[in-house]
Design a protein around this ligand. Structure first.
Ligand code: KIV
Ligand code: ZN
Length: 513
């Protein structure tokens, strides 16, 4: 089928809502805005920007995205309750194209155990919610939560009723990741046949990955007639996550002969988007992750390398350039100036404001002085690192001195600045990082527990940038901090401060739910 006769597959990105529900993926409003900008560059159709009733901070970030981001539809999530729907509308109303997404659970187990409502009451709430949302906008999505474990006859009744009430998109979630591809595909085609929706109503799917089948289930549903897929960058999301946007989109593109649909995405933005989300959330994808893992286009075995050099399609089903892994044309070294650096940032598709760019350039010069070849990964890491350590951060690292070695008790002296005030402390630890963290914790006075600390080198060699990720628990949530530096002790300090600043931001903007 030629791409001109294909139907459109709507790509609904929920990285900022379901994705943000992954432990450790909490984002500040600025970070959410930055990701939303990149999603608009990727040309997704719908951005689910958050769950506005859930907190003041989430409301504000959805409203900011709705006001500022042009192109995609901006959607806010709401339970099937008046207050939720009113708040969602308040948050998205200024968008070029706003949408309200309302949901209520329809499976017996959820209705009986969680909602304590009868099926009749659930159906009534669903209809009332859609009507209320329709009083604000003609772009209304409804989801029967846990649809896959819902009695089919009841699901048909609910879907018919919400369409009659005005829902324009009906989303079928596999909330607990229980579906199998052939069953799910059959369920979607049976549902469409039984409901027989009027023109203009779109069937959507939202698959979780508990059995590793989210992408397969989403594609089976598209094959069966679904015309919207809800997905997240890097497959982030509750528990094992959601269907990964990059996998769904590249499957539809790479196996286009098997699908009656195509997407409008600019797939060359996939890598930049994936890297940005990794940087912002501190959640790295595994090296062998489909499409976006660092090994996704790497070849090791001699026989494969030989084949790829002769003709890349021997072992590559996708061209690396289609996902944005461009062949580098600009090589940076210690003689490169601002012009070359700026061009490299543009080549990599990174958006930076001038102040961040200048700071990243200075750090690049320091790095290039010490390191022969500065790789694209180094540049991406520096750029992201600068963009996330903005001046408004609560604490800034001013000074760090660490004494360590064999036979010495590791001691750290740290100076932090907060709102112009300089704080100094020193502490002994069981190791250098422990000493630094004890010192910072003593000054920050933010109740929390350290959950995880990891360091990885961005490229190989002892002169590589070290990227540190720290996860801390506070206010019953997990916050991650990340920083990169050639000195891993400095990166460790900055990553910890980054995570603590996120807790402070959260407490100040979201309350302590
Ligand atoms: O997984 C789910 O059921 C959801 C709904 C709110 C769509 O995230
Ligand atoms: Zn979900």
């Amino acid at each position: 089928m030629s791409s001109t006769s294909k139907e459109k597959l709507v790509i609904f990105d929920t990285t900022l809502r379901d994705g943000e529900q992954s432990p450790g993926a909490s984002m500040t409003a600025e970070e959410k805005y930055e990701v939303a900008l990149q999603l608009a560059k990727l040309n997704v159709d719908v951005i689910e920007a958050g769950f506005p009733i859930s907190s003041v901070g989430d409301f504000e970030s959805v409203r900011l995205i709705a006001r500022e981001i042009k192109g995609p539809t901006i959607c806010g999530l709401a339970r099937a309750r008046e207050g939720d729907i009113d708040r969602a509308w308040e948050a998205v109303q200024e968008a070029e194209s706003p949408r309200i997404h309302t949901f209520i659970a329809t499976s017996d187990i959820h209705m009986e155990r969680k909602l304590k409502l009868s099926p009749e009451e659930v159906l009534e709430s669903a209809v009332a919610a859609v009507r209320r949302a329709r009083s604000y906008t003609d772009n209304v999505e409804f989801s029967p939560e846990d649809a896959v474990r819902t009695r089919f006859a009841f699901l048909v009744d609910v879907v018919k009723a919400v369409i009659d009430a005005g829902a324009t998109t009906v989303n079928i979630p596999d909330t607990v990741g229980y579906a199998l591809p052939w069953q799910f595909g059959r369920m979607i085609s049976d549902l469409i046949e039984r409901v027989n929706p009027p023109d203009g109503v779109v069937f959507s799917v939202h698959c979780h990955n508990d059995l590793g089948l989210a992408t397969a289930n989403s594609l089976a549903a598209v094959h069966a007639g679904a015309r919207q897929v809800e997905c997240t960058i890097n497959g982030l999301g509750e528990r094992a996550g959601n269907a990964a946007l990059e996998e769904v989109v590249m499957a539809v593109r790479t196996r286009s002969g098997e699908f009656e649909v195509s997407t409008d995405l600019d797939t060359t933005q996939i890598i930049s988007t994936s890297r940005l989300v990794q940087q912002v959330t501190g959640i790295r994808v595994q090296p062998n992750k489909a499409v976006v893992g660092v090994n996704a286009f790497a070849h090791e075995a001699g026989i494969h390398v030989h084949g790829v050099l002769a003709d890349s399609s021997t072992y590559e089903i996708m061209d690396a350039q289609t996902v944005g892994l461009a062949e580098s044309t600009i090589v940076l070294g210690k003689h490169s100036g601002m012009h070359a650096f700026r061009s490299k940032i543009e080549e990599l598709g990174i958006d930076m404001d001038e102040a961040d760019l200048v700071r990243a350039f200075h750090r690049f010069k320091t790095l290039a002085d010490k390191k022969k070849h500065v790789s694209d990964e180094d540049v991406r890491t520096l750029a992201a690192d600068e963009a996330h350590h903005v001046d408004k951060d609560a604490f800034q690292l001013e000074y760090l001195h660490v004494v360590g070695g064999a036979g010495i008790r590791p001691t750290a002296t740290v100076q932090l600045v907060r709102e112009g005030q300089v704080l100094s402390e020193a502490r002994i630890g069981v190791g250098s990082v422990d000493a630094i963290y004890k010192t910072i914790a003593a000054m920050a006075n933010v109740p929390h527990e350290l959950i995880d600390y990891s360091v990885e080198s961005v490229t190989g060699g002892t002169d590589a940038l070290g990227a540190v990720t720290v996860k801390i628990g506070a206010n019953r949530r997990v916050f991650s901090g990340r920083a990169a530096n050639m000195d891993i002790l400095e990166a460790s300090a900055r990553a910890y401060i980054h995570a603590l600043n996120k807790v402070i931001y959260y407490v100040e903007h979201r309350g302590s739910e």
